[in-house]
Write a protein of this length. Structure first.
Length: 156
């Protein structure tokens, strides 16, 4: 080994020793924070039993269709979650942290946006409307079948 290589290894070792406590503290903080957020989300689900949600994106091929044909027919108490921008910014007001968990849980369902969700027995139940939506858009159909499916989903 050349002396320069030894010096680099020593410097890397010193940097590791210097930053290890900071990294360890951050990892502990991240773990505790995630546990607290999970607990808050479960409490939110229990406290909001029966709540309904509808989430859609800014995707150019569907945004206008959703806003003109689906949103006006949703139940009045449905929380509409609009995910806008290329980075998926969430515009959800005061419940931002917990509703971000709602969106994350929706994505676990698969199928793609838009999603209809409801809270049943402290669990978020979600259904993707993606296939129905894009089928209606491609065929030039009205949204009556999608609206009916969403209302049936919310009522069962």
């Amino acid at each position: 080994m050349r002396p320069f290589d030894v010096l680099i290894i020593i410097l890397l070792g010193l940097l590791f020793v210097l930053f290890a406590p900071i990294i360890l503290l951050y990892l502990i903080y991240a773990y505790v924070r995630s546990r607290i957020d999970e607990w808050r989300f479960k409490r939110y689900l229990r406290a909001n039993e029966g709540a309904t949600f509808f989430a859609y994106t800014n995707k150019a091929s569907s945004k206008r269709y959703v806003e003109e044909n689906i949103l006006p027919h949703l139940p009045i108490d449905t929380k509409v979650i609009h995910l806008g921008g290329k980075k998926g910014r969430v515009h959800m007001g005061g419940d931002l942290g917990l509703l971000a968990y709602v969106v994350s849980s929706m994505r676990e369902t698969g199928g793609g946006f838009p999603y209809a969700s409801k809270i049943v027995n402290g669990v978020l139940v979600t259904e993707s409307m993606n296939d129905r939506l894009y089928s209606a858009i491609r065929r030039g159909l009205d949204a009556e079948q999608i609206d009916d499916r969403i209302l049936r989903f919310y009522s069962t």
